[in-house]
Design a binder for this molecule. Structure first.
Ligand SMILES: Nc1nc2c(ncn2[C@@H]2O[C@H](COP(=O)(O)OP(=O)(O)OP(=O)(O)O)[C@@H](O)[C@H]2O)c(=O)[nH]1
Ligand SMILES: C=C(OP(=O)(O)O)C(=O)O
Length: 212
């Protein structure tokens, strides 16, 4: 069972504003890019993933993520996160017949391919399914089966909104790395404790040096 993942990424100079007390304006865009690179690299190593498509208008992120093997879809219709995801999912389905599509957050720097495979295998049992984030308020993955629309409701309180939309909440064991998104300094410390990918580790080392 193979999936196409759609990963949304807003322009790096506006990304991760809630990390401004942890990483200053000089470091934050690089940190957001490192999260996306580690997320995409781990996703591409997952046996359940056929391909990864990043929906973004950021030129540097597009180059760096394409170099890892991701496809790039421009951010249309420029009406926020859910519109961008719905558009990219529609592009994917029209270009690859019978695709299974899942939206995956770009801020999962501890992502492990085997844990992502476990989540996608669980999602395959349902027409639409989602994984709540570590904080139990948001969502890190929303999956739609063949012929089903994604109908994304990411953003504030997305766990409750995805539940209300009829998507099945997934609760597989041992998938912490897929749930650990990074929005705050505490989230970053939790991700570092799980073990992050090499690009995030390198930027985090610079952050720690800057703190001293
Ligand atoms: N393509 C696209 N991606 C978006 C858009 N808005 C948000 N995203 C991405 O969706 C994910 C969750 O977005 P947010 O929580 O709003 O933004 P963030 O950069 O993670 O963090 P904050 O700035 O602290 O809110 C991140 O990967 C964002 O880069 C958008 O309008 N278009
Ligand atoms: C957009 C979401 O992610 P974040 O935690 O980055 O706000 C969400 O959880 O729906």
């Amino acid at each position: 069972m193979q999936w196409t993942l759609v990963v949304p990424l807003k322009p790096l100079d506006r990304a991760k504003s809630r990390l401004s007390d942890t990483a200053d304006d000089g470091l934050r865009p690089g940190l957001a890019l490192a999260f996306a690179q580690d997320t995409v690299a781990a996703a591409l190593e997952c046996p359940a993933v056929r391909d990864v498509v990043v929906v973004t208008d950021d030129a540097l992120a597009s180059r760096e993520l394409a170099a890892l093997g991701a496809g790039i879809v421009p951010d249309e219709p420029r009406d926020g996160l859910n519109a961008a995801l719905a558009h990219a999912a529609a592009v994917v389905v029209s270009s690859r017949r019978a695709a299974r599509v899942a939206a995956l957050n770009a801020d999962l720097p501890a992502l492990r391919p085997s844990e992502l495979a476990r989540v996608l295998d669980a999602a395959a049992e349902f027409p639409r399914a989602f994984l709540p984030d570590a904080a139990e308020i948001g969502t890190t993955l929303l999956a739609a089966g063949r012929g089903r629309e994604l109908r994304p409701h990411f953003g504030t309180a997305s766990r409750a909104r995805h539940r209300e939309s009829g998507a099945v909440e997934l609760l597989p064991d041992a998938v912490d790395s897929v749930r650990q998104d990074v929005d705050t300094g505490d989230d970053l410390r939790a991700a570092l404790a799980l073990g992050v990918g090499p690009r995030t580790a390198a930027v985090a080392a610079r952050l720690l040096t800057a703190e001293q």
